[in-house]
Design a protein around this ligand. Structure first.
Ligand code: NAP
Length: 268
């Protein structure tokens, strides 16, 4: 029996990177997965790949900053798969770097919207929907919010991303306490990846915006690797495995926790 048998999950940003790996991991363990993303071709391809492997998945186009769309995605999970137990708030963007004194309010607000407001909405509609399908002593629900090492430690030229991901960390704890006190049997935890080899990091390296330094992509990649004591960047499956554990009932005594998966980045 799979570790996610009987569970229905929504994974945002499921078209690529950490979201795609997470959707596949949850489905491999028996979850029925709603893959959501702005990238329709990529999201549909992941849902198809899951189905080809014998799993159950559907794709829905979803802008995570749109509140009405959240309602529709939650309803889609219920109508298609008969309930909802897990929401993985993964979709996010890596903003242009730059010092605070030069950052525009519009670019700050865009990052806060996609990387933090979206997680608030995912928690709001996740809790409202999941609580209908959980019971004390019975099947549990789980919300997993993807923060970052940059939700734990500061980085120059990343003020908006730092603020958003730090906000995700404490929003998670607030939601965890509300669910526990209400007796909803929904756990809420955050995951804090180090640098992971995904399209987001490849794009950022190509744009030269990582760590706010202006060096070429190869040199920047080597500098990033050196920040991880294990001597490499992470891969998406390594984050998906942590999310899978938190989503499953194996993590039944974990709520409000921050799971750091960073190759030792924040250990020094
Ligand atoms: P990725 O490779 O860029 O994938 C993110 C996906 O989210 C993309 O398919 C993207 O679609 C989608 N997305 C962006 N904005 C969206 C929106 N408004 N509504 C719906 N979907 C949207 O990113 P990743 O590296 O897998 O990162 C996933 C999460 O992990 C993010 O929250 C990121 O901040 C966090 N994280 C990543 C790292 C890392 O090193 N990779 C480290 C720490 C934390 P489009 O491509 O069409 O925009």
């Amino acid at each position: 029996m799979g570790r996610m048998q009987g569970k229905v999950a929504i994974v945002t940003g499921a078209a690529k990177g950490i979201g795609a790996a997470t959707a596949k991991a949850l489905a491999r363990e028996g979850a029925k997965v709603v893959c959501s993303d702005l990238d329709e071709a990529g999201g549909q391809a992941i849902a198809d790949a899951i189905a080809n492997d014998g799993g159950e998945a559907t794709f829905i186009r979803h802008d995570v900053v749109n509140e009405a769309a959240w309602e529709a995605v939650a309803q889609h999970a219920e109508s298609r798969f008969g309930g909802l137990h897990v929401v993985v708030n993964n979709a996010g963007i890596a903003p242009e770097g730059g010092p605070i004194e030069e950052k525009t309010l519009a670019s700050w607000q865009r990052t806060i919207s996609v990387d933090l407001d979206s997680v608030f909405l995912g928690c709001k509609y996740g809790i409202r929907t999941i609580k209908k399908y959980t019971s004390k002593g019975g099947a549990g629900g789980s919300i997993v919010n993807i923060s970052s090492i940059l939700g734990l430690v500061g980085q120059p030229n990343a003020s908006d991303y730092n603020a958003a991901k730090g906000g995700v960390r404490l929003l998670t704890k607030s939601a965890a306490l509300e669910c526990a006190e209400a007796g909803y049997n929904i756990r809420v935890n955050s995951v804090h990846p180090g640098y992971i080899d995904t399209p987001m990091v490849k794009d950022a390296l190509n744009r030269g915006v990582v760590q706010g330094q202006s060096v070429g992509p190869n040199e920047m990649r080597e500098l990033l690797i050196m920040l991880h004591p294990v001597g490499r960047l992470g891969i998406a499956d390594e984050i998906a495995n942590a999310v899978l554990f938190l989503a499953s009932d194996e993590a039944s005594f974990m709520t409000g926790s921050e799971v750091v998966v960073d190759g030792g980045y924040t250990t020094r």
